[in-house]
Design a protein around this ligand. Structure first.
Ligand code: F6R
Length: 357
């Protein structure tokens, strides 16, 4: 129940620190290390390539998961949109493992791929929030998100849970393979949970930003590089689906290849800056759009922030920045939708589980 909250979405965003802490508990062994079921670990260790299949927000989480498995565990990963997968099946490696990321576990587009992959006889793993859901029952293995029921149509806490669980799975696999991971993920996740809490505690700032940038905007852009680019796609999707403002996420470096033509006087551009290695470049992109009249809003992580950044978010492990950087984007979308009197929990044309292809 949403209790005193005006919307499920607000309640579910508020739950995000708790969700991360629950995931730490759920995946903790008796000795206090992070762990996953032995047969799932075996399946991940046996695979020479992972094929992540997902839709919408879950697809965006998959893009982050790719970085985790590649950077921590050294396993190559492809991420595919469920509804597109069948048209041009990728050439498969010798020992593929298919990972279906789905909050509901009921998405027809993803299930269609699962059915086909099972026919072909390849191993499958579903990462879902709903135990006993169709994709959980039909896959060989399930990793649960432990996010609690997500009622609002716009997915928020499930995304954060997906990213965290994918980090756990990649980390545990890396450790089991003897790969040197230089940090303690449990500790880093706890820091990220606190970071999210800090942002949630200063919601008013996000409400102000939403009013300032989006109350009358016709469109908006989200830009970032590397992992920030993946999060910018999710930021744009959130804004589109609940505020009906046309929004797109772009790779900072790609702007000059066409998109920059869309920048007009006052166009809101949200830029994520959480990665030291690309900070200069993305800041360069912000200058380019500002020079063409855009109204930029830089959301930077402490440590890579500069004077004039509109919002500084708490510092977390470089790989875990999506857990924290997505939260201001969710809140900005929420308040933009409120300012524009949209039905936040039940946006037009959308259903919580998409059970048609
Ligand atoms: C966006 C959103 C959708 C879902 C997509 C996949 O906020 O909720 O984009 O992420 O329909 O749904 P699941 O994860 O249930 O397969």
């Amino acid at each position: 129940e949403k209790g005193t909250y005006p919307h499920y979405m607000l309640k579910e965003m508020d739950e995000q620190p708790t969700v991360i802490r629950k995931i730490i508990q759920a995946y903790e062994s008796e000795t206090g290390d992070l762990t996953i079921d032995a047969d799932i670990l075996q399946a991940l260790q046996d695979a020479d390539r992972l094929y992540i299949i997902a839709a919408g927000t879950s697809y965006h989480a998959g893009l982050i998961g790719k970085q985790y498995f590649e950077k921590m565990a050294g396993i190559p990963v492809e991420v595919h949109i469920s509804s597109e997968f069948g048209y041009n099946m990728p050439l498969l490696s010798e020992k593929p493992l298919f990972i279906f990321i789905t909050q509901s576990g009921e998405t027809a587009d993803s299930r269609q791929v699962l059915v086909k992959i099972k026919e072909l006889g390849y191993p499958t793993l579903t990462v879902t929030n709903v135990p006993g859901s169709t994709l959980s029952r039909e896959a060989d293995h399930t990793l649960l998100l432990h996010a609690g029921p997500e009622i609002a149509v716009a997915s928020t806490k499930a995304y954060v849970a997906q990213v965290a669980v994918l980090a756990v799975a990649a980390y545990v696999t890396a450790k089991a393979n003897g790969q040197g991971v230089e940090f303690d993920l449990k500790q880093e996740l706890a820091i990220a949970a606190n970071g999210i809490q800090t942002i949630i505690d200063s919601k008013d700032v996000l409400e102000d930003i939403a009013e300032d940038y989006l109350k009358i905007a016709r469109n908006a852009f989200f830009i970032g590089r590397n992992i920030d680019f993946c999060v910018s796609l999710e930021g744009a999707l959130k804004l589109k689906e609940i505020s009906y403002i046309q929004a797109e996420g772009f790779a900072g470096g790609e702007l000059k290849h066409g998109t920059i033509a869309l920048i007009e006087e006052g166009t809101p551009v949200f830029a994520l800056v959480t990665q030291e290695a690309v900070s200069l470049n993305i800041r360069g992109n912000v200058k380019e759009v500002a020079a063409r009249g855009a109204y930029p809003c830089i959301i930077a992580m402490a440590g890579v922030d500069e004077d004039g950044d509109r919002l500084v978010i708490p510092q977390v492990n470089e790989l875990l920045t999506p857990l924290v950087s997505v939260v201001p984007l969710q809140l900005i979308s929420y308040y933009a939708a409120l300012h524009r009197r949209c039905d936040v929990d039940k946006p037009r044309n959308l259903a919580k589980s998409v059970t048609v292809e």
